[in-house]
Design a binder for this molecule. Structure first.
Ligand code: SAH
Length: 249
């Protein structure tokens, strides 16, 4: 099993306070995590991040910085979105403990995605996640400081890793779960075919795409299954081409 330090990415989306980035790095390092990924941080590198890291500057130096979330998640095969509140469109949910159990059960690259201090994650960002994780808190005041939310998850991961009570899943000859990049490729392809066949109209896209995302993410398709689905979409495209007026018999 690859150590969690190598396969768990802590992804901070749009952090506005550099101090929180440093505090998150410290929270990670105390629990043996190493891979900090920043998406469009407001200010980084920054002396406040270094001050708050207090000894975890090496994580800041090694941090990956990306312009967009898709790029940051591309290699990950399980993506969990940390959310301080429940959303309008119900998405699969995991308790923090269940999330950690799943992470320990399979040797896969994983991302825990944390949102902006003020506004959290957008619905579009949450829709890239297999499941949402809410840290139980007082419902009247449930929003933890960003770095403290990182600390809670890092602690649970560390505690579970040293106890190692979870029996690992053996996939045998099965294909690995699709990566975020493969899933996004499929969703883009699906969207373009749904427009092409007139199932979606640009004026009224509605929430169908979001629901389809939820359906496919819930199914946790493997690489081969995504390949088959894309083959079907390519078949539909070929049919559309053949049926174009003037395209022959
Ligand atoms: N006001 C924002 C909260 C932002 S807190 C909102 O309502 O969404 C910054 C980030 O810390 C959140 O996006 C989330 O990733 C994490 N976080 C804070 N409290 C949390 C909680 N109780 N459970 C899970 N994640 C939490």
């Amino acid at each position: 099993m690859t150590p969690l330090a190598e396969r768990v990415r802590i992804v901070l989306v749009g952090p506005s306070h550099p101090g929180n980035i440093g505090a998150a790095a410290r929270a990670m390092k105390t629990m043996g995590l190493r891979r900090l990924v920043l998406v469009a941080p407001a200010a980084f590198p920054h002396p406040e991040a270094v001050a708050m890291a207090s000894g975890a500057e090496d994580l800041l130096e090694r941090a990956e910085v990306h312009d967009d979330l898709a790029e940051a998640l591309a290699p990950c095969r399980r993506v969990y979105g940390l959310s301080a509140r429940l959303r309008a469109l119900a998405w699969p949910q995991r308790s923090p403990e269940r999330c950690v159990e799943e992470i320990l059960a399979e040797d896969l690259p994983v991302a825990l995605v944390f949102g902006r201090e003020r506004s959290g994650l957008t619905n579009e960002e949450l829709a890239r996640c297999h499941a949402l994780v809410h840290i139980p808190a007082d419902p009247a005041y449930s929003s933890l400081n960003l770095a403290q939310a990182v600390q809670v998850m890092a602690y649970l991961l560390h505690r579970a890793e040293i106890a190692q009570t979870v029996a690992p899943v053996h996939r045998g000859a099965e294909h690995p779960p699709a990566s975020a990049a493969q899933l996004e490729g499929f969703f883009d392809h699906l969207e373009s075919v749904l427009y092409r066949i007139g199932f979606l109209s640009p004026e009224r896209p509605g929430r169908i795409l979001l629901r389809l995302r939820r359906l496919f993410l819930r199914a946790e398709p493997d690489e081969k299954e995504v390949h088959i689905l894309r083959g079907i979409l390519a078949g539909v495209e070929a049919c559309c081409r053949d049926r174009r007026p003037g395209a022959g018999a």
